[in-house]
Design a protein around this ligand. Structure first.
Ligand code: HEM
Length: 427
């Protein structure tokens, strides 16, 4: 039998990625949308569904001018970029001038900030470390780490009426620890990574950072330490790998090594944290799905894909590189183009009962990891972490529920998932 559940809506949200724009009220989602606005985070699936019917490519003058396509067909065509109409040089919408970012072809975080032909060569350098075989070697490490997190969380719950925060005490720590292990960075630097992500993805207008606080300073120090202490062949970590590989017959430029490490930190943490959190949020409110996941191991691989489809966390961005028309709308060079892969995943022309969570959905060619040449390089790792995190959780926690739906806090901006998720567990 198939379980279907309406995908629920978060109650409370956090403004992020706003650069100060997010508080201004929205006039209309068709002409004034803002993906950093709290109302967008709270209602995004409904907004996409309405726009798809009425105005499939929405426009906003915020952030200097943005477009928001909502149909799978348009999002896939933009991601494929066959005419070269878009550039990936900037992928997070911000208030800065394009002159402030690192020049092409490397950009600030290769390969995501690189366009063809450089992109494919920069991407190839990362394929081996993220191949299934390498990722599977990390399963015991990730499993032990998830158990250690739950040891602490459940001890905390025993002293506080069964309550702990599934986002803060569990989900947020998992991708941080795994990527630190892969890169050979200190296990205790998770908070430092999250601060970098906060500054890069959310662009808060706070204060000028001291040099020692910047990601560049931190990474340059660790890259220099790795370079000074080379490891025997086959024993190195990902930083050693990047220092050892060659592109066009030469070692990588220092800004390439640094940018790629930063990308792996930024791309791998909030994304996977969001996916694991959304899955637990769903289980907390849908005990029948939790029961099937626990009792029917054969359903689990389908459930993982359905979590990725129904709660896809990542909306990417591009800049329009050449004036052209899309769905009758005039795209101008320099405009921002959002790529809401979560909206593509809800398009009824692509998925039957697109708005329902179907735990054993069989036909599920979702776009959570992207739909074009920049398709996620870390998808094997993300699936592994999501699977291990949920397997360990259902092994250790029998039943659980939200303490209060209103106390769940979701992020806004381009990466969407629960940042505070207080739950009550019953053993
Ligand atoms: C559930 C977790 C994740 C989701 C939903 C996700 C999603 C995405 C998406 C949508 C893109 C961009 C596609 C585009 O712009 O067209 C992307 C790119 C990328 N992701 Fe992920 N990601 C996740 C986890 C990870 C992890 C764990 C890593 C590695 C540590 C990673 C590394 C990358 C890299 C390197 C790229 C750039 C690929 C390129 O430019 O060719 N991601 N991801």
């Amino acid at each position: 039998m198939t379980d279907t559940t309406e995908t629920p809506t978060p109650k409370r949200t956090q403004q992020a990625g706003s650069g100060g724009e997010g508080v201004r009220p929205i006039d209309s989602w068709e002409t004034d949308f803002d993906h950093t606005h709290p109302d967008y985070a709270a209602n995004a699936p409904q907004i996409w569904d309405e726009l798809r019917d009425t105005c499939p490519v929405a426009r906003s003058e915020r952030f200097g001018g943005m477009w928001l396509p909502t149909r799978h067909e348009d999002i896939a065509a933009i991601a494929a970029n066959e005419n070269g109409w878009y550039t990936s040089h900037e992928v997070v919408v911000n208030q800065y001038s394009a002159d402030d970012v690192m020049p092409p072809p490397i950009g600030g975080a290769p390969p995501i900030t690189s366009d063809p032909p450089f992109h494919v060569d920069a991407r190839r350098l990362l394929l081996a470390p993220f191949a299934p075989k390498k990722v599977n070697e990390l399963v015991p490490f990730a499993t032990d780490f998830c158990h250690s997190l739950l040891d602490s969380a459940l001890a905390k719950a025993a002293d506080s009426d069964g309550v702990f925060d599934a986002a803060l005490d569990y989900t947020q720590a998992i991708p941080v620890r795994v990527i630190a292990e892969m890169l050979g960075l200190p296990a205790e630097d998770g908070d430092i990574f999250r601060t970098f992500i906060h500054h890069i993805v959310e662009n808060p207008i706070e204060r000028e950072l001291e040099e020692e606080e910047t990601a560049e300073y931190y990474l340059d120090r660790h890259i220099a330490e790795h370079a000074a202490n080379p490891k025997p062949a086959g024993e190195g970590d990902l930083i050693d790998h990047l220092l050892g590989v060659e592109l066009y017959g030469e070692k990588l430029a220092p800004e390439h090594v640094r940018g790629t490490i930063l990308l792996l930190i930024v791309a791998g943490i909030d994304t996977t944290w969001s996916s694991i959190g959304s899955a637990l949020w769903h289980f907390a409110q849908n005990p029948d799905d939790l029961k099937r996941f626990r009792d029917e191991p054969e359903v689990r691989p389908f459930a993982i894909e359905e979590f990725l489809r129904a709660y896809a966390p990542v909306t990417m961005a591009r800049r329009v590189a050449e004036d052209h028309e899309l769905a009758g709308c005039p795209m101008k060079a320099g405009d921002w183009m959002l790529l809401p892969f979560p909206a593509a995943n809800r398009d009824p022309d692509m998925f039957e009962d697109a708005d329902k969570f179907i735990i054993d959905r069989q036909k599920n060619r979702h776009g959570a990891f992207g739909l074009g040449i920049h398709r996620c390089l870390g998808s094997n790792l993300a699936r592994m972490e999501l699977t291990v995190a949920l397997d360990v959780f259902v092994e250790r926690v029998n039943e659980f529920e939200l303490v209060d739906p209103a106390s769940v806090r979701f992020s806004t901006g381009q990466i969407r998932g629960p940042r505070e998720l207080p739950i009550r567990v019953h053993s």
